[in-house]
Design a protein around this ligand. Sequence first.
Ligand code: DQA
Length: 145
Amino acid sequence: SKIAVFNGPNLNMLGIREPDVYGNETLESIEAMLKSYAEPLAVQLQFLQTNHDGVMIDAIHATYQNYDGIIINPGAWTHYNYAIRDALSAVQLPVVEVHLSNIHKREAFRQHSVIASIAVGQIAGFGGYGYILALQALLQNIRPK
Ligand code: DQA
């Protein structure tokens, strides 16, 4: 199967950015860990991190009929970006939303996700390991083409 792993704004700063909240792992190390987890499962991963929502929307559209599912950490877009949500909805693929931090025990503005209602589910609070959990969860929700 083919899975897109998308990370939104500021996630390129992992490891540097608020390590008390987001941990010391870099996005590169999380992606490497995911890749080695996926390989023996014959799961092909496509990674993208962007700080630009138009770039993310184009990348989401490109998954249409080409991918089996999407793992996305939309960063702060989670809380307000209806265009990202609509793009995910448009491509009709199973989506798992991931957050490194447990957004539900943080500031009030982080406790609402505009993505959650179109996702199969959400994983939050497990740091980089959440991406592995997201992959496991997504693989259970893929319908083979
Ligand atoms: C985040 C949580 C968001 O509220 C924040 O804006 C991020 C990262 C997380 O992974 O915990 O950029 O999505």
